[in-house]
Design a protein around this ligand. Structure first.
Ligand code: IPM
Ligand code: MG
Length: 358
């Protein structure tokens, strides 16, 4: 059975890193005799320029039918005008919503070889292996009303943080399942001392917790969580949180790993193959130079193999090849080295070994 993968390279370094990820997917496919059929479409700023919309209906429809979607990045200074009627990011948000991918998994590992790449002290970083489960289709990003208003000559603006119980329950349930399969610890991050949505969130976490007696749960206020992420990051296993809290905390967590360029993500829903994207942005300052770190995209391709195509051995093989490349000193510029995007990709390809990935 051939798999259909929609590739949405997007803006900035998106095309370079998705191209790298495709090479690695192709190598895995050749070994496991998988047929991968790709179709590429526009999203973000380039789609605004060429189609007049950040995500057109035909592309969304194709993504909904696909076995998985691989995305690069969206946005850039060209489209940053605060008065613009449409922004590149709207394409990404419409895609997440349209695919129903309510849970965004962002694993953060510290590779022993990269301990010195982080500004934090080595003893803080040893053993860091956490997974942030970010709610992705609700919360502050999507709540209504969301608009500008004018009254008595004053300009105002409103964004709303809103959740239905089922939106919280489904992402929390998945976080418990993931925690049960890992080290059995779940930190639910909220701002329950101030926000009504967070108090509902806590109640639902307590309810779901009844079904997972093997998981040890704690509630952590988001400001405290931000502090603990750098003060004692190894103590976290799985973190589950609201959309924007998760956005902010995962950029912070990227500092643990040594570079934003390393972090992958998988966005999953109740059905469908999911959406896979590195967490770094479009990095317009280095776009088109062939120097971006492809590992976040390559590790996203590994998650695509694992969750989208159910090819666990292939996923592990890719992850181990990345780990080996890092162990053996391969570094792009963001990690203090000088390898180009393509050289780093080749370093991973050379180390891909499909013999008994453990
Ligand atoms: C991310 C990004 C996006 C987000 C932007 C580009 C809309 O920061 O995936 O973390 O805020 O979700
Ligand atoms: Mg972000």
């Amino acid at each position: 059975m051939p798999f259909h993968i929609v590739v949405l390279p997007g803006d900035g370094i998106g095309p370079e890193v998705t191209q790298a990820a495709r090479q690695v997917l192709d190598a895995a496919a050749a070994h496991y005799k998988l047929t991968l059929n790709y179709t590429e479409h526009l999203i973000g700023g380039c789609a605004i320029d060429q189609l007049g919309t950040a995500l057109d209906d035909a592309t969304l429809a194709e993504c909904q039918q696909a076995d998985a979607v691989l995305l690069g990045a969206v946005g850039g200074p060209k489209w940053d005008d605060p008065t613009a009627p449409v922004r590149p990011e709207q394409g990404l948000l419409a895609l997440r919503k349209g695919l129903g991918v309510f849970a965004n998994l962002r694993p953060v590992r510290v590779y022993p070889a990269l301990i010195d790449a982080s500004p934090l002290r080595p003893e803080k970083l040893r053993g860091v292996d956490l997974l942030v489960v970010r709610e992705l289709t609700g919360g502050l990003y999507f709540g209504q009303p969301k608009r500008r208003l004018e009254e008595n000559g004053r300009r105002g603006a409103v964004d709303s943080l809103f959740y239905w119980d089922y939106e919280i329950e489904r992402v929390v349930e998945l976080a418990f399942q993931l925690a049960a399969a890992r080290r059995g610890r779940l930190a639910s991050v909220d701002k329950a001392n101030v926000l009504e949505t967070s108090r509902l969130w806590r109640q639902i976490v307590q309810q779901v917790a009844q079904r997972y007696p093997q998981v040890q749960v704690e509630h952590v206020l988001v400001d405290t969580a931000a502090m603990r992420l750098v003060a004692s990051p190894a103590a976290f296993d799985v973190i589950v949180t609201e959309n924007m809290f998760g956005d902010i905390l995962t950029d912070e967590a990227a500092v643990l790993a040594g570079s934003m360029g390393l972090l992958p993500s998988a966005s999953l829903g109740a059905a469908g193959g999911g959406l896979y994207e590195p967490i770094h942005g479009s990095a317009p300052d280095i776009a088109g130079q062939g120097i971006a770190n492809p590992l976040g995209a390559i590790l996203s391709a590994a998650l695509l193999l694992r969750y989208g195509l159910k090819q666990e051995s292939a996923a592990r093989a890719v992850e181990q090849a990345v780990e080996r490349a890092l162990q053996e000193g391969c570094r792009t510029r963001d990690l203090g080295g000088s390898l180009s995007t393509q050289a780093m990709t080749e370093a991973v390809l050379e180390r891909l070994s499909f013999e008994h990935p453990s």
